[in-house]
Design a protein around this ligand. Structure first.
Ligand code: ADP
Ligand code: ASP
Ligand code: MG
Length: 615
């Protein structure tokens, strides 16, 4: 028998110190001051103005919506142009940029592999951006968390960080190179110890303190890699990108590069260090006031792209642990396929909506200069990877091109929907503006917006952790309208996920949305909200979190596998059932190719044993 079913502050430095000293008189003031001055890369405590609240007020008035990222591109581009045009360093095609993620440099053996790749790259000039060794950034954040929670174990955790890097260095280096690295490592650890002690005593870490601490992973991995490359006989120098990259805080979790200033600093740096192979720290940068900062989590991709633009490089290669960008997160959809090419726009949409193989902001710096990004797998050098470039080039260069209207799917979990409803909204100018200015005032990030054409409701998605603040702010802003009945409700729907369908060709292909919704309907998935951008590069739906993976698999199989998926269960795999199974195995490929039928056996049961499979 067969059955079928659908598949598918300033808490200023002064404050912090005085707090620390008053609570712990034994704390060594000189040591803390030395460390704090080091953060600022010049004696902060002779320059008190720098830690006044003005700097921190820059963090306010932020605007984090997706459209703003693109809106800022034009002006950033103009500045970037100017920076690069004036630069004296040899820029252009002679440079290739490589970025190695944490897993690529996770062990001494892997660091050796990375060095090999660099040695073998025939480019005339190379800039290598590295992340911290795998898990190190998490370990560093954990140090801060422990110290500010007044948990003593931060000292043991710091020892573990020291040990990890020491043993890696001993494996990789010898002689002078090793001595220098170990001595600098000990010095850094001793500074970190003093700083964490201050955080422990104060029970608080400012964002600058955290950024300074967590950025050490990149400092160490870059030094290790450059020493190994030198050991291989190549002349190579290490770049602490805090000396070059200047960024301004843009929102709670974003920074905007200052291309003009970064370009100037890069030129100065290059004049002092005219090397053809440079190993640079990913993730870290400085503010215009020379305070160390970061490009925020997973920011090394972004570092590489900024460097690519500043050098006008030929290509940026991002090395990671998968063969390229898949049509869906390979951890969620085992049938996901590697995409040979993606346009910049598609890659941006995929990463914005959760494909964390690429940091969403990576695309912007390289796009204007048509610098291609190639995503490659360090563990599978034979895989060509995914090329992200301008569509016209992509189309000519491979058969996949933009043929399929849908390129990929991505999901964001942990979002909540906020639904503002009421008959009094229709035809009243400024309602949407009031809603979103209330949301902006609490610094929440709106991931997507959908408005009913009747204007009776506006519905938008925000990260789950921000929804409480958002709904409270809206209730207070619209208290009068709610009281007067012009608004009927401000409802929160928790536990949602966003599923985005991305493809540049969707804009000119009718029926894509119908196919999408049909696949979801067949899988019995209830859609809570829908949004389609004017660009039509993506169609986004909001579903219940528990339905998300099923929804993802259903739409993926509809676009990528077959229009007709038949899921079968075989009861009684005896002689006849067994023969049927053999036939199915032999014919499945033919059925798919000739008739576009995807026939799958998802369950087999005998009298004692039952086998079930999701796929
Ligand atoms: P790195 O440390 O090298 O920057 P990340 O962990 O940030 O690597 O990104 C790579 C991971 O992204 C992969 O291991 C994969 O599990 C995940 N990922 C999510 N969505 C996709 C996708 N669509 N294509 C490829 N990888 C994806
Ligand atoms: N090491 C940083 C992080 O883990 C940056 C990066 O790896 O991209 O977030
Ligand atoms: Mg990453």
């Amino acid at each position: 028998m067969a059955f079928a079913y659908p598949v598918s502050s300033c808490y200023s430095f002064h404050n912090l110190c005085s707090n620390a000293f008053s609570r712990e008189p034994n704390l060594k003031p000189r040591k803390i001051l030395t460390t704090l001055n080091k953060i600022h890369r010049f004696p902060l405590f002779h320059r008190p103005a720098i830690c006044r609240t003005d700097y921190f007020s820059l963090w306010e008035g932020r605007d984090s919506s997706k459209s703003n990222i693109f809106a800022s591109v034009a002006s950033a581009d103009a500045v970037l142009d100017e920076a690069v045009e004036k630069a004296l360093l040899p820029k252009g095609d002679t440079w290739s940029i490589h970025k190695f993620g944490g897993t690529c440099v996770g062990t001494s053996e892997r660091i050796r592999n990375v060095a090999d790749i660099i040695v073998k790259d025939k480019s005339e000039r190379k800039l290598v951006v590295v992340s911290a060794m795998a898990k190190v950034t998490d370990m560093m954040y954990d140090l801060i968390f422990k110290a500010q929670s007044r948990d003593d174990s931060y000292t043991n955790a710091l020892d573990a960080v020291l040990e990890k890097h020491k043993s890696t260095a001993i494996d990789l280096l010898e002689g002078d190179g090793l001595t220098k690295f170990i001595s600098r490592l000990h010095q850094d650890i001793s500074n970190l110890k003093a700083m964490l002690r201050a955080i422990y005593v104060a029970g608080h870490a400012t964002e600058s303190f955290s950024d300074f601490v967590v950025g050490h992973g990149e400092l160490w991995s870059a030094q290790l890699l450059s020493s190994v490359i030198r050991k291989n006989g190549l002349d190579c120098n290490y770049m602490d990108t805090r000396d070059v990259l200047v960024v301004n805080p843009a929102s709670s979790n974003q920074v905007d590069p200052d291309y003009l200033e970064s370009g100037k600093r890069l030129e100065k740096w290059y004049t002092d260090n005219p090397y053809n192979i440079i190993v640079a720290t990913g993730f870290i940068a400085s503010t215009p006031q020379n305070i160390p900062t970061t490009l925020k989590r997973d920011g090394s991709d972004f570092s590489a792209a900024i460097m690519g633009a500043l050098f006008r490089a030929r290509q940026v290669t991002i090395w990671t642990d998968v063969d390229g960008v898949y049509s869906a997160d390979p951890r969620k959809v085992s049938e996901a396929v590697i995409l040979k090419t993606l346009s910049y726009q598609e890659a941006w949409e995929m990463s914005y909506f959760g494909a964390n193989v690429l940091h969403p902001r990576t695309i912007i710096p390289v796009m204007k200069y048509d610098i291609p990004i190639v995503i490659r797998n360090i563990f599978n050098l034979s895989a060509p990877g995914t090329m992200i470039c301008r569509p016209v080039v992509c189309e000519n260069e491979n058969d996949q091109g933009l043929v399929s209207p849908v390129k990929g799917f991505a999901t964001i979990d942990h979002v909540a929907l906020v639904n503002v409803e009421g008959t009094g909204m229709a035809g009243v100018p400024g309602t949407a503006s009031s809603i979103f200015s209330a949301v902006k005032d609490v610094g929440a990030n709106v991931v997507m917006i959908s408005q009913a054409s009747s204007e009776h409701s506006v519905c938008f998605a925000v990260p789950e952790k921000e929804v409480k603040t958002v709904s409270t702010a809206l209730e207070s802003r619209f208290r009068q309208a709610l009281g007067a009945g012009r608004l009927s409700q401000i409802a929160v729907i928790p536990n949602c996920s966003i599923l985005a369908t991305v493809g540049q060709k969707m804009a000119s292909t009718p029926g894509v949305s119908a196919t999408l919704f049909n696949a979801l309907a067949k899988a019995n998935i209830n859609i809570r909200a829908i949004a389609q951008g004017c660009s039509e590069y993506n169609v986004t739906v909001v579903v219940k979190r528990e339905d998300c993976i099923r929804a993802l698999r259903a739409v993926h199989s509809r676009f990528y596998l077959s229009r007709t998926t038949i899921a079968m269960g075989i009861i009684g795999p005896g002689l006849i059932g067994g023969t049927l199974l053999d036939q199915l195995r032999d014919q499945a490929a033919v059925l798919k190719e000739k008739f576009n039928i995807d026939l799958r056996v998802m369950g087999i049961t005998g009298s004692r044993t039952m086998l079930l499979s999701d796929e």
